[in-house]
Ligand binder design. Sequence first.
Ligand code: AMP
Length: 205
Amino acid sequence: MIKIALPKGRIADETLEIFRKIFALDFQFEDRKLILDEGNFQFLMVRNQDIPTYVTEGAADIGIVGLDVLEEHKVDVVRLLDMRIGQCKVCVGIREQDVLDYTRPELKIATKMPNIARNYFSQKAIALKIIKLYGSIELAPLVGLADAIVDVVETGTTMKQNGLKVAETIMQSSAYLIANKNSFITKKAEILSLYHKIKTQINQK
Ligand code: AMP
């Protein structure tokens, strides 16, 4: 049996759709249930940022998680496959009327991704103050909490609606299939078989 951690929301829905097509089974979570047993699989419904913990700790053999989360948390797992779903970008956002001013003595950046932000700006040799937030990041520059934000942008609507614009793009992201290092040894045949099936299914799209 393979245990699979899925991130709640659209990526979980799209992944289950891929599994339905491959195995012709009804992979569907009952309302509010967090575990789904079907065929040789046990799916776990997990918050996006918690996927690395489930997979590195071995509570799940494999997982689906955004590249942005893998980069932020420097996760020690096997990266198997770019699923080409959940595509987005990690961007620096500022107010429409502003320019990103690298001559400031200190740049205040609001983000839920402090490591990605620190890595990116450290190459530009400016002093940085990270304001760690957990949501509604777009609010920070509007109320003077930060000069800029580092956040995930998908359609760009949220930034636009809040009078912000993308100043710079740090990285492209999409959902990756990852595996626990130990599971990848003990369940190698099963995981690789699944990997090939998913890869074939994705390429048919
Ligand atoms: P959008 O308005 O489509 O650009 O979406 C941006 C908002 O949705 C931001 O507040 C992001 O934090 C959030 N968001 C969009 N895509 C993702 C994603 N793949 N993972 C996490 N958060 C996301």
